[in-house]
Design a protein. Structure first.
Length: 292
């Protein structure tokens, strides 16, 4: 009876202790989340307060709401900021299309087709992941300059259609290898070519990894600053990131209100794009590399 009472007492304490640990853990997560979100909250607060108070006040809550920074930021530069949004959207969409199509074709070849030197070329492709972007920058710039592509979006878009992103190829290869080969064999018995197998079987079954590649490609392209800075000179061709840089003038006055307002707006497409496709992103990462 005594031992039974002890076990009963321990059983009653255990759920209570578990709830306390869970509460403590979630409280800690909330505190860390607030710390991580503080820069975003401060930027949002700075975009709706009078410009004179942006750096003079330490409170997140503005003394008064002033939305004039959004209008000043949208129209304050020589080119309307909407043009920068359009340029970034065009480059990002084309980059997504190029990466999904070209990288999936290359990954299908490495994962499913047999050709001479397949393992060697796959190793070379993986080796390019270790080459810093700055190493190939000058040769690429000279090439695009001779082609007359500088100050156009072509240097930022055309390479995406040539499967230059080895990370996406590797991601898709791992996923394609997890699809049963019996599907390929059955399709060949029905007279399907390699192209038809890719189009009718591999792509429909690879929606999660294709969505993962599309999301990462969109986010990286939208946030890219260095590439457009190198190749785009005319303000009419600027992307959002270059447009934000134009608000800060080291030799004159800077439009801080407009900068923070447009920075806030620049996060909206990224937020909604991730929000709509986060389920496919998580599914793609979780299933990539798993054998079925």
């Amino acid at each position: 009876m005594t031992s039974l009472a002890i076990f009963s007492k321990d059983d009653s304490i255990s759920p209570r202790r578990s709830r306390f640990v869970s509460l403590l853990f979630h409280t800690l997560l909330m505190v860390v989340s607030i710390i991580m979100l503080y820069p975003l909250l401060w930027m949002l607060s700075a975009s709706i307060r009078p410009e004179a108070e942006i750096f003079s006040s330490t409170s997140l809550l503005p003394s008064s709401i002033d939305l004039s920074s959004y209008w000043q930021g949208w129209t304050g530069l020589r080119v309307e900021f909407g043009q920068f949004f359009w340029n970034s959207l065009v480059i990002s969409v084309l980059s997504v299309a190029g990466n999904v199509v070209a990288c999936s074709l290359a990954a299908y070849a490495f994962a499913r087709l047999k050709f001479a030197g397949r393992n060697f070329w796959f190793a070379i492709m993986l080796g390019t992941l270790m080459i810093p972007y700055h190493v190939t920058l000058i040769p690429q710039y000279v090439l695009f300059l001779k082609l007359g592509w500088v100050d156009t979006i072509l240097p930022l878009v055309v390479p995406k259609f040539l499967a230059v992103d080895a990370f996406f190829i590797f991601l898709m290869v791992q996923f394609f290898r997890g699809i049963p080969r019996e599907l390929d064999e059955a399709a060949r018995m029905d007279g399907c070519s390699a192209w038809r197998i890719y189009w009718k079987i591999m792509l429909p079954l690879s929606t999660p990894v294709l969505a993962t590649a599309a999301i990462f490609s969109f986010l990286w392209t939208w946030d890219d600053f260095f590439g457009p800075l190198i190749y785009l000179n005319d303000m009419n061709n600027y992307t959002v990131q270059l447009g934000l840089r134009s608000f800060v003038d080291s030799s004159g006055s800077s439009q801080w209100g407009g900068l923070f307002a447009m920075s806030t707006l620049s996060l909206v497409p990224v937020f909604f794009f991730f929000l709509f496709f986060q389920r496919l992103l998580i599914e793609g990462i979780a299933t990539t590399g798993l054998k079925r």
